[in-house]
Design a protein around this ligand. Sequence first.
Ligand code: ADP
Ligand code: MG
Ligand code: MG
Length: 887
Amino acid sequence: MAQKWVYFFGDGKAEGGGKMKELLGGKGANLAEMTAIGLPVPPGFTLTTEVCTAFYANDRQYPDGLTEAVAENLRRVEELMGRRFGDADNPLLVSVRSGARASMPGMMDTVLNLGLNDRTVQGLIAESGDARFAYDAYRRFIQMYGNVVMGMHGEVLGDILDGYKEDRGYKLDTELTTDDLKQLVGLFKSKVHEELGHPFPEDPQEQLWGAIGAVFGSWMNHRAITYRKLNSIPAEWGTAVNVQSMVFGNMGDDCATGVAFTRNPSTGEKIFFGEFLVNAQGEDVVAGIRTPQPINKAQGDGSLPSMEEVLPECYAQLMQIQEILEKHYHDMQDIEFTIEKHKLYMLQTRNGKRTARAALKVAVDMVDEGLIDQEEAVMRVTPQQLDQLLHPSIDPKAAKDFIARGLPASPGAASGSIVFTAEEAEELAKAKLKVILVRVETSPEDIHGMHAAQGILTARGGMTSHAAVVARGMGKCCVTGCGDIRIDRQAETFTVPDGRTFRKGDVITLDGSTGEVMAGAVPMVQPAMTGDFARLMTWVDDYRRLKVRTNADTPQDAAVARRFGAEGIGLCRTEHMFFEAERIMAVREMILADDSYGREKALAKILPMQKGDFKGIFSEMKDLPVTIRLLDPPLHEFLPQDDAEIAELAATMKVPEQVLKAKVAALEEVNPMLGHRGCRLGVSFPEIYDMQVRAIMEAACELIKEDGFDIVPEIMIPLVGHVNELTLLKQNATRIADAVCSRYGVEVDYLIGTMIELPRAALTADQIAQEAEFFSFGTNDLTQTTFGLSRDDAGKFLPFYVEKELLPVDPFVALDQDGVGQLVRMGTEKGRSVRPKLKVGICGEHGGEPSSVAFCHRIGLDYVSCSPYRVPIARLAAAQAALADDC
Ligand code: ADP
Ligand code: MG
Ligand code: MG
């Protein structure tokens, strides 16, 4: 059988359905689904994503049979509508709409009112009895088609319209008369001809195929490619094209168009939420040209009448439909609708984008409502969304200098320097500066700048404007419709109602949850895990197998991590304890000492302080395991570098400056990352590790004695490459540890293990496991050493690798599963072949990155360890990985 390229929907029947997103794209599949469940959807048909794939595979040629299939489906639509495409008396008009598998807001362009020309417009007039409407539809069509299909710059025809209005002293489009619109149609057409050198196409078939070609063509435009990159959507998916008969929301005051969410997409509250405009078409609501009205009385400040009041029957019907949709899809829906002369039509539904807060609330509420089960709820919230909830918000106690207020379009808070263009936002963000992107309104061209900014502020646009939708999707704080600010693009400033002017570079703070804009950087508070968040996390813990520990060097960090559910410390670094002001002198003395006697003398000063640190951390973690890594960095890092500091130290230590300088110079290394560090320090200066082990064990013994805690210290020796290193250092550590225990008369179940962070260690993990009682994969260093790539220098070239797709992601962000990951897998297997119960975890940035966590789950690690604020994210990622196993 020949391949089916086109799927029909209309009159309660559809050839496709909601499960066919891959083939029909999200929009097409849902139009079919809505049709099939009996909702009012204007009939139409969908050219499949396979057409797109075939188109690109075949040098931009359509596959055989497509032309015939489109003609056949168009005939079916004509029959249902009782109109003919291109007919002068009773013309069928259509929209041509793109629709990829995953929704790509604003990426693809829709053409409305297609099929109009100088002849068919007469038919539309005769039939609607409204010449103004007909010419308005016609000029909109030329504008959209000229831009989207013919590639004219959007502003060219827009400028003609603006100029025309200005000449006549009009403010609103609605002031244009029939005659004006007719004239504009003529002006537009001559402009198109003049700019492009060929006339605007009169033939509806040519128009149709032009639009279809433009949609398929736009799959490979710059904006679409950028969006796909940012959202990891493969180019092979392709887009579908939907051709659908037009309904009109702009035929008078009994017509309207709108967009709505079945629940509030910012907060998740179960309140039908949306905006609409009377006598308007298509994108008017989101374009920010007119201020949209609230959909019901529950919203808005009452200054604009709601749809509930203006069109009560339609509102009641829409309420019913939104309920049907939620029950059908078991998820919050984002819908688009149009009312033509009191008759409601559904034009789109999809799972609504929502803030993290809303995602959480909707998931938990839907469990309570019986719409989904707990497992589904756990799968519904993404780790990225939790990440947002773990972002700071404005400190309620902070003094705030309000300058303006807009709409709370996407929650969270952000401070940064003002920039007015996406390009600047991107540039400054590259230089690690925090910026707030300030625009009159945003468009798809701004996406890269929005991505780079901490927050977005727009002067125009509603809760469903481009800026709002995209920011919510990105989890960026955003304030829209802030009419309080007057932007002067030339001067690169904006002024606020109290008369102050803010310039490019000035710092402001946005609160996306309230819509407030403040001068300066306002203090923020850290998030807490309560309410819905806490409930979801208890479900999460029911499903995960992987344990989640934290990387914490201080009791404060440990306390935060415990509140976020950490089940132990996977990495406690000891070097920071050496850096504190009162200690650094003793540390330097130790490093610069000539012999082990001198070192021991200095170390004796450090011992009580280290012991205190460990006691603090152990008391915070109580019975939970704590892995402490012995000193790791090269000693050179602790020494003063400039002359003044060296002079000061020389004076304190009573040694000649020159001698000290020579010592500092002698400790300098060509390649410190691979130099005298890690267990190599322990081998050459055993006193250091001896002191640290003593401090750990004394702290443990004292707490066990005093408080009865069941403390299990895990002593971790870093950078082992050969089992002999570990054999020696373990002997030393055991000797010290046992001596401390017998001195205190306490039994401590301490463990001595190692970090696996060199390829050789992974390759010989079976030998190392003879000695090591646990493994912790230090995937930061293991990535450096496996790639032979210094992280500190990678900034100069790694971004190009990612940009050019030589690497799918930065391997320091997401674990390189094919390379580094194989070493982790092999090391684990080899280790457990010798010591079956060997406890294995990873520490390092990857421990809190969802795809890496899933990998650790799959290869059977015992735990991941990550920074405190990422603990909930790792817990969720671990649960989702476990649930993914089951399906
Ligand atoms: P997007 O993917 O950008 O949302 P759509 O294809 O949904 O683009 O089109 C945008 C808007 O155009 C819709 O929300 C709707 O208001 C209007 N529209 C699209 N098709 C039709 C149609 N057949 N009749 C009336 N309005 C339409
Ligand atoms: Mg659009
Ligand atoms: Mg849409």
